[in-house]
Ligand binder design. Structure first.
Ligand SMILES: Cc1ncc(COP(=O)(O)O)c(C=O)c1O
Length: 436
């Protein structure tokens, strides 16, 4: 079996871990293509949540065994999140409601140190979750600058250089676009920001369900993630670089707590969700095992020498990204044959710089009309701006800033892509005929 086949075998088998995949609608198989909004969960997650309710359903702060076990589970879960993204350890991780909430917490918190006239950079490529919290600071006469993208939606580094000359205090930037799937060069963004004296708050939400993340190599100071996009329950977690933590002041409700990222976990947490998150990391470790049994190897990667739990968890994302490149190439090759297609973001020739997230329109067809027709044929894909509001306004202006988004992850298959294009042909033929 060659590498291409081994990847296909591994990830086609991965589907079998997901009880929610493989349903049908109006007699057709459902194509779940809305993964950038949120992924499905494996049986590992379902089992963990069930197990939590049976054995560890407890509140913080008692002497009961049940409580001690629950609290230990939360520490274990933080450690697994650290393994996933390459944080030093569990003390750099906090769980919370979702990524948006973390960006608000970071802005609230970092905003305390900002003075009138200070500068912040946000990007035109970002989801509004990492835009709005910073715009709110503008109400205090802090200057918030929009780092623009070029015509393809890429962050323009010449423009960045100019903005950094203002000596901003904070740069808020996304690791990958949820609209175009473009992967941003986070290491370059942080390197340049740090040289100018700015901290970087990264939106790791989209990248984390597709690539092996490494917050240390990337050098980000703060980051937020959505667990429900990483095959887990509806929650999020934040990362704070240890060195930054040492300098945080105030805001905690128990001032005597030691300085670690738990700092952001105020009040009661979603214990069952956190336990479910452990299931999602068990699933990833299982994928790495499956991949290795199929002859794939991590030997040539930096993960080979990482601590075992990081190796096993992030290893799955390394393999997933390679497999997803097959999905991307196949999808873009098929898309190229559709008449009047307008694709946003990286082209087929630049496929290594993107995720399998495809936003496009078809000339002469309203985006929503297309979305409804596809949905009626069992294709679960959304239309709109996916809250990448500025980016979609810029790229899809003639379509009112809206596009159809097909967002795939590693449990999608080449066969599903073939089915999709069969359906798209049918739908387009019908829509064009009814327009006459
Ligand atoms: C890039 C990106 N950032 C942030 C978010 C918001 O995440 P959450 O729902 O966890 O707040 C999303 C959700 O789609 C996203 O795609």
């Amino acid at each position: 079996m060659n590498e291409t086949q081994a990847l296909q075998q591994t990830f086609e088998h991965a589907r079998t871990y997901f009880p929610s995949l493989g349903t049908s609608y109006k007699g057709r198989p459902v194509l779940f293509f809305d993964n950038s909004a949120g992924a499905q969960v494996s049986q590992f997650v379902i089992d963990r949540v069930t197990d939590y309710y049976i054995h560890r359903n407890a509140q913080k702060g008692t002497i009961f065994v049940r409580t001690a076990e629950m609290q230990q589970t939360i520490v274990d879960a933080r450690q697994l999140a650290a393994d996933l993204i390459g944080a030093a350890d569990h003390t750099e991780i906090a769980f919370g409601q979702n990524a948006t909430n973390f960006f608000h917490l970071f802005a609230h918190h970092l905003g305390r140190d900002l003075r009138v006239g200070d500068h912040i950079i946000i990007t035109e490529a970002d989801h509004h979750a990492n835009v709005t919290p910073w715009l709110e600071l503008a109400e205090r006469d802090i200057h918030v600058h929009l780092w623009k993208v070029d015509a393809q939606g890429n962050l323009d580094f010449d423009e960045y250089e100019k903005l950094l000359a203002l000596e901003p205090k904070i740069v808020a930037a996304g690791w990958a676009s949820n609209a175009t799937g473009t992967i941003h060069d986070m290491q370059r963004i942080t390197h340049m920001a740090h040289a100018a004296g700015a901290l970087v708050v990264a939106d790791g939400v989209q990248a984390a369900s597709h690539i092996a993340m490494d917050v240390k190599t990337a050098g980000v100071d703060f980051a937020a993630f959505s667990t429900y996009k990483i095959f887990g329950p509806h929650m999020g977690f934040g990362y704070v670089n240890r060195e930054r933590l040492e300098r945080l002041e105030g805001w905690r409700i128990q001032k005597e707590l030691e300085k670690d990222a738990y700092f952001f976990e105020v009040g009661s947490q979603n214990h069952e969700g956190i336990e479910g998150f452990i299931g999602s990391m068990e699933y990833l470790a299982q994928l790495t095992k499956d991949a290795e049994e199929n002859g794939l190897s991590l030997d040539e990667t930096q993960l080979a020498t990482a601590r075992p739990s990081r190796r096993n968890i992030a290893g799955a994302m390394h393999f997933a990204h390679r497999y997803e490149q097959q999905l991307t190439d196949h999808f873009l090759a098929k898309l190229a044959s559709i008449e009047g297609v307008v694709l946003y973001g990286k082209t087929a020739e630049q496929s290594e710089e993107r995720l399998p997230v495809f936003s496009f329109n078809i000339e002469g067809i309203k985006t929503d009309t297309l979305g409804h027709a596809l949905n009626d044929a069992g294709v679960e894909a959304r239309t709109g701006n996916y809250l990448a509001i500025n980016l979609m306004k810029r790229l899809a202006g003639p379509f009112d800033g809206s596009a159809l988004r097909i967002s795939l992850v590693h449990y999608n298959t080449l066969e599903e892509i073939n089915q999709f294009f069969g359906i798209l042909d049918e739908v387009l033929e019908h829509l064009k005929a009814s327009a006459i």
